[in-house]
Design a protein. Structure first.
Length: 984
């Protein structure tokens, strides 16, 4: 982040709260003021002609007029746009604002006659043209009468430019709509916005875009819906010496406009595409490049980052990942170039603009001196994710946002396949279980969850669209698609995918179109393959061609897509009875949402008996008997192999006893992923009161022998809940004693493996688990670990030479800062301010929140973008909340400042749900529950945007936590005490 982290003197949080309070009041007042003003200014007077005016805006109460509806009518279809934009990278001398100017002509066809034009537009100021209106309408074909514009205005609520005509546009005719406008190049991370950084003491400004989901309309008037695909002819005007980029290839030449000697960059016309995938960027960045099979690949970043070689990893991996997806989709990359750019200010992680992918710096730039293996994995997977969208999402686009889950879920699944191609030694594909399946189980087990699929008519407003970018769409989407690919076989899955892409290329589809293609391929394959037996388990298989499935793809998948939640499958190995039940973390919570399938799923079960893999079983209906699942004597059953199924598994007590015994004696007989599953299932079944907490805790007893990352990570995720619930109670001490006992062998193992911490373990997973070993050993107070962290940190302070390996930095910084005082903290703070790479700044930013001194915690964290970039504000607050000492500080900050945070730190990313879940995750008292409910009530008007669901989830989680503590505290305390009793 160059000298980019330009942070002014630390100011106390209290004073910032006061300042921000005053600021918020000013903002609130000015909103009311501008609304009032707009009411008196809602139509264009023809005498205003020729000047740039304040946009006339109406704020009338919603009626049933077409401009009061959020969806566009379907009578006008864009064909292409000619768009010129000129962002100014220095502030306007009179207003002090950064602005852009633009001119656009859109050619559209009338498919049904109409005298009304609605086109999206938000926060743009239009020049009143010679006709006295905000736009000019002409005909493409000569000899056609063009109706005159009667009135034109901006409908701010629904974000339209509205033109009422004095006659009809004729069906089948084409027209041109011309507009001239200006907009603010604000630092709001949405639409055409401004990013800033420091380079050699000089402030640099970048003009860049984030259109998804509904902000293209902030950059120019457009039919801003994903199905309104068009071709875009883009031109950017910019200062000479700066670089302009967009979706197509660029050609630039110098011009003089209004006596200004500038550069005009004209881009090759795009393919037919959706507005949300557009991108325009002006910067003075540098790039590196190569060409692979005719595709030109470039990585852009700040000049010092490129000079330091930080783009090399991304450049080296992009080609192979692109080639992998060409094979996977059986379709060549649809564009001549693929640009990727790292931006100092970026709300999400990355955005799949077609041909010009944008990233936050930490998601694209790699430096072996600073980046951990986890940073590296994130870069490889995020590149894979965005490249996957180049076909799935960009070439074929879902018709409306209600199907977003398929777009994001698909990319979130295949990102693991792409990353595996880039780094075949990592076993990265297994990590979907921790990163997506387990992650989303936690939210999808709440009664306040929601189904993957929404109805088109329920998703209308931009805020409703933004809410869809949640863990359900991403991680549940990824999990159920992985399950689908597994039971269809990858061969059938990719065949269906390929024919789907080829049918809908450059067009739009709905999710059931994919099911149709998969079904088609399944049928063709099965009729082509000679099968000795059809289906023994389900002779009633419905498919005429004799598919192995118990039903059609459509019907099976509907049970996963149209109802929320997932089942817990219980296998009684004494009777062979297999049954299913909606899994609820709080069994007393009330599920009010009706389900079309009565909360029953069609469940594919892969399983093994006493170590031998058996033929898969399908469960349909509440319960069924499968004699093969009976276990006799020392036999044991383990289901959901490799956790390819989106469900949890419970067993009869004896089988549980067998499995926990096996864990202690022969844990290697159970596949690694399933060891992680057993821990996660057991802890969650215990939280749901299906099994005892003691049984869950028993699954951790074998950990002193476990060396693999996935089971440890799974255990730590679950024990984290224990820390959250008990780190303010008497359970804390005995729990620390137990965990220290369990982790010490792992710590010693790594000490030996790394030759006293001087080497890096070879394997990717081993590198991860080394971090776990150190984190938990230090957290549980293992003195040797704490001394190690303090010594390494002190060496850095003394020599100003950081010898700590990047993999270990986050945990070492955090533990060193937690174990020491102001000097160490001050040192980290100054390192943070001077960091030259975002990935190092991020490690320090999170470590600064580990201090045990409240006054230090108070020092650095504010909503002042000069201190912490806007993109990092919400995660910083969550870091503070993670610290037991910072919890109430963070919560008080958020609830006192919600409306300010909400208006200033919006955008369509996950940050609000992360923020709300983050600051409330420790909540476990009646008092906290009341505060949370009050928070919901107090801010109902302001709203919670993408955090809406998180508020209800937090209330539900807190309610469950209160009950869980009451019922479990004593048992848990006793168990930890027993396990740490000295043995005589
Ligand atoms: N399309 C999204 C970016 C996005 C997210 C835009 C939210 C608007 C609102 C992009 O493809 C994406 O999913 N990015 C992820 C990264 C991925 C590896 C999960 C992100 O930004 O975190
Ligand atoms: Zn995505």
């Amino acid at each position: 982040m160059g000298k980019g982290f330009y942070i002014s003197k630390p100011v106390g949080i209290v004073s910032i709260i006061l300042c921000a309070g005053a600021l918020a009041t000013i903002i609130a007042l000015s909103v009311v003021y501008s609304e009032e003003k707009a009411k008196n200014n809602n139509q264009v007077s023809p005498t205003d002609g020729g000047t740039t005016s304040k946009p006339p805006v109406t704020t009338l109460a919603p009626s049933n007029e077409p401009w009061d509806k959020y969806r566009l009518p379907k009578n006008l279809v864009p064909d292409h746009y000619n768009l010129t934009l000129w962002p100014r990278l220095t502030p306007d001398l009179t207003t002090g604002l950064y602005i852009f100017t633009g001119e656009s002509t859109v050619e559209f066809e009338t498919t049904e006659e109409t005298d009304l034009i609605l086109i999206h537009s938000s926060k743009l100021n239009y020049t009143i043209l010679e006709n006295g209106h905000l736009a000019r309408l002409t005909s493409v074909n000569s000899g056609v009468r063009v109706p005159l514009i009667k009135v034109s205005w901006l409908q701010s609520v629904t974000q339209y430019l509205v033109l009422q005509l004095d006659g009809k546009l004729m069906t089948g005719h084409r027209y041109h709509l011309y507009t001239k406008f200006t907009g603010e190049l604000a630092d709001d991370l949405g639409g055409f916005y401004r990013s800033e950084y420091m380079e050699d003491g000089v402030k640099k400004v970048v003009a860049t875009t984030q259109m998804q989901p509904t902000d293209a309309r902030k950059a120019f008037p457009c039919f801003d819906e994903p199905a309104m695909k068009a071709i875009f002819y883009i031109t950017l005007i910019h200062d000479r010496g700066t670089v302009a980029l967009s979706n197509g290839e660029e050609k630039g030449y110098p011009v003089t406009i209004d006596n200004q000697h500038v550069q005009k960059t004209v881009f090759e016309p795009t393919e037919k595409m959706s507005t949300y995938l557009l991108a325009f960027i002006v910067s003075d960045f540098d790039f590196i490049n190569n060409t692979i099979d005719g595709v030109w690949i470039r990585i852009f970043a700040r000049k010092p980052a490129i000079a330091a070689g930080q783009g090399e990893y991304a450049l080296n991996k992009t080609g192979p990942i692109l080639k992998f997806f060409e094979k996977y989709y059986n379709s060549s990359y649809p564009l001549p170039k693929s640009d990727q750019i790292a931006l100092p200010d970026f709300n999400a992680g990355a955005m799949e603009n077609w041909g010009l992918i944008t990233y936050r710096e930490t998601a694209l730039l790699y430096d072996k001196e600073f980046s951990s293996n986890s940073n590296k994995q994130r870069i490889a997977t995020i590149i894979a994710h965005e490249l996957a969208h180049m076909w799935f999402g960009n070439l074929v686009t879902l018709r409306w946002w209600n199907d977003l889950w398929l777009n994001e879920g698909f990319a979130s699944y295949v990102e693991y396949l792409g990353a595996h191609e880039a780094e075949p030694d990592w076993n990265v594909k297994d990590l979907i279980v921790l990163g997506d399946v387990h992650r989303v189980f936690a939210v999808d087990a709440l009664a306040s969850s929601h189904p993957l699929s929404s109805k088109e008519e329920d998703i209308q407003k931009p805020a409703q669209i933004s809410e869809l970018f949640d863990a359900i769409s991403y991680s549940k989407g990824a999990s159920v698609l992985r399950m689908l690919s597994d039971f269809l076989t990858e061969e059938v899955f990719t065949m269906g995918l390929r024919t789907y892409l080829s049918e809908f290329a450059f067009g739009n589809a709905v999710y059931t179109d994919l099911w149709k293609h998969l079904q088609m391929c399944l049928c063709t394959r099965i009729s082509r393959t000679l099968r000795p037996t059809v289906n023994i388990i389900f002779p009633q298989a419905v498919d005429a061609n004799g598919t192995e499935l118990p039903d059609t793809v459509h019907n099976i998948m509907n049970t996963w897509v149209l109802q929320m939640g997932f089942p817990v499958v219980t296998i009684d190995t004494k009777t062979g009875v297999v049954s299913q039940k909606h899994f609820l973390l709080d069994p007393d919570s009330e599920v009010t949402a009706p389900s079309p399938f009565n909360y029953e799923w069609i469940v594919p079960i892969k399983w093994m008996k006493t170590g031998a893999v058996q033929s898969p079983y399908w469960l349909r209906g509440k319960s069924a008997t499968n004699d093969a699942m009976k276990a006799l004597g020392t036999e044991w059953v383990l289901a959901n192999l490799n956790v390819v199924g989106y469900y949890r598994v419970n067993y009869d007590e004896e089988n549980w006893g067998g499995i926990t015994g096996l864990l202690i004696l022969f844990f290697k007989l159970i596949p690694v992923i399933n060891r992680a599953q057993l821990v996660d299932d057991a802890f969650n079944l215990a939280r749901a009161k299906i099994i005892s907490t003691v049984l869950a805790l028993n699954t951790t007893k074998y950990l002193d022998k476990e060396r693999e990352y996935m089971p440890w990570e799974s255990a730590l995720n679950n024990l984290d809940f224990f820390y959250l619930m008990f780190d303010r109670s008497e359970v804390y001490g005995p729990m620390q004693d137990y965990l220290r006992k369990q982790v010490t062998p792992l710590f010693n193992y790594y000490k030996t493996l790394t030759e006293n911490w001087s080497k890096v373990p070879d394997g990717h997973m081993d590198q991860y688990n080394q971090v776990n070993a150190i984190s938990l050993a230090c957290r549980t107070g293992l003195e040797e670990c704490q001394n190690l962290a303090k010594t390494w940190f002190k060496q850095w302070m003394d020599t100003n030479n950081n010898q700590i390996h990047p993999n270990l930095r986050s945990t070492v910084y955090c533990n060193a800062i937690a174990a020491s005082g102001a000097n160490e903290w001050e040192f980290a703070w100054s390192q943070f301010k001077n960091a030259t790479i975002a990935t190092e700044a991020d490690k320090l930013r999170s470590a600064l929140a580990c201090t045990k001194q409240p006054w230090l915690l108070n020092r650095s964290y504010t909503l002042d973008p000069k201190m912490i970039r806007k993109q990092d504000a919400t995660s910083t607050i969550v870091y503070i909340a993670n610290n037991v000492i910072g919890q109430s500080l963070a919560w008080d900050f958020v609830r006192a400042r919600w409306s300010y945070i909400f208006t200033q730190y919006g955008g369509g990313s996950f940050s609000f749900s992360n923020l709300i879940n983050g600051v409330t995750k420790r909540f476990s008292t009646e008092f906290e529950l009341q505060q949370l409910k009050q928070f919901k009530e107090d801010n109902a008007e302001v709203g919670f945007g993408s955090g809406t669901l998180a508020v209800d989830q937090s209330i539900e989680r807190t309610t469950a936590n209160i009950k869980w503590i009451a019922e479990n505290k004593q048992n848990v305390l006793n168990w930890f005490r027993d396990e740490t009793k000295p043995v005589f």
